[in-house]
Design a protein around this ligand. Structure first.
Ligand code: NAD
Length: 296
């Protein structure tokens, strides 16, 4: 049976480190501040935004919410972001996606000042990752790296297979794992990959980020592999009070019996993503005040 990598435990450790860090920054007159922009009333987005606000408060950081109606125009949204870009009291800006239909996410990402882009999605920050000199790393990939590091899992010289090539998750994880310092040999798989099970079976480290419930089965996994499940999928379950439950992209029970390490869903990568958003915001405040980043 494999060892569980708990995102709950690791993110709680990081949040404790952040608490101390924020306290110290406040003694220097610096109060890290995250602005969170939510457009419309998507229930899942409302939950994510609430969680981000709650975690900010828990670590002693300021967060400002901007809730806009779903009738907001592209211009109005960009005007708000520009005003946050210009506000020296705001260190990080996050616009919760998906946006209501008619609004252009790519344009919004490019409107956020790169030095306040705590989601790490601006082309400049994506480019710095590609060049091997990352500044802001998008929160989910950053969380995955911290889980590996803090679980004592070496990636150097290992075969890593990343399932999924999205700009948000798969692509940056693959780029980072192949970069200097992480030094894995990385294969990226996607919806057109042939002989997928053959490729994934070579992985010492397998990262699933495709958004298909319990897609990765035991026959796709090398014995002793490290399996990181990024997927968050809601499936029907008549045995639950709500009638649904969350599962990852990995068939947990059967894969756990074969892997050396595995992340659960929920309680795995999810809580790490919020913790790394907090790290990015604290680092944004540090950089904007001429300090170096936190040592994680
Ligand atoms: P996405 O839909 O943007 O990308 C999915 C990727 O999977 C695509 O690159 C596609 O080519 C690939 N894919 C689809 N079907 C495939 C198949 N049969 N075989 C191989 N590859 C296939 O999704 P995303 O934004 O990258 O998110 C992926 C999953 O991670 C989702 O379940 C999402 O909810 C979850 N997620 C979790 C967190 C977190 O905090 N834990 C954060 C972001 C996303």
């Amino acid at each position: 049976m494999s060892e569980l990598i708990s995102g709950k435990i690791i993110s709680a450790q990081i949040n404790e480190e952040l608490c101390l860090e924020v306290k110290q920054l406040k003694t220097k007159g610096i109060e890290p501040c995250l602005a969170v922009v939510l457009v419309g009333e998507d229930p899942a987005s409302e939950v994510y935004v609430r969680n981000k606000k709650r975690t900010s408060e828990e670590i002693g950081m300021k967060s400002i919410g901007h809730n806009l109606p779903d009738t907001t125009t592209q211009r109005e949204l960009e005007t708000l972001i520009q005003s946050l870009n210009a506000d020296p009291a705001v260190h990080g800006i996050l616009c919760q996606f998906p946006l209501p239909e008619g609004l252009d996410e790519k344009k919004v990402i490019q409107t956020i000042a790169p030095e306040k882009d705590v989601d790490g999605l601006h082309p400049l920050n994506a480019g710095l990752i590609a060049m091997g000199i990352p500044k802001f790393i998008s929160c989910t990939p950053y969380g995955v790296l911290q889980m590996l590091k803090r679980s004592g899992i070496s990636t150097s010289g290992k075969n890593a297979v990343v399932l999924g090539r999205s700009n948000l998750v798969g692509r940056p994880i693959a780029t980072l794992l192949s970069s200097k310092g992480w030094d894995a040999t990385v294969t990226v798989c996607h919806s057109r990959t042939s002989d997928l099970a053959e490729v994934t079976s070579q992985a010492d480290i397998l990262i699933a980020a495709i958004g298909i419930p319990e897609f990765v089965k035991a026959n796709m996994v090398k014995p002793g592999a490290v399996v990181i499940d990024v997927g968050i999928n809601r499936i029907d379950d008549p045995n639950k009070a709500k009638g649904t439950r969350l599962v990852g992209d990995v068939a947990f029970e059967e894969v756990a019996a074969k892997a050396s390490f595995i992340t659960p869903v929920p309680g795995g990568v999810g809580p790490m993503t919020i913790a790394m958003l907090m790290v990015n915001t604290v680092n944004a405040a540090r950089w904007q005040n001429g300090l170096t980043e936190m040592d994680l």
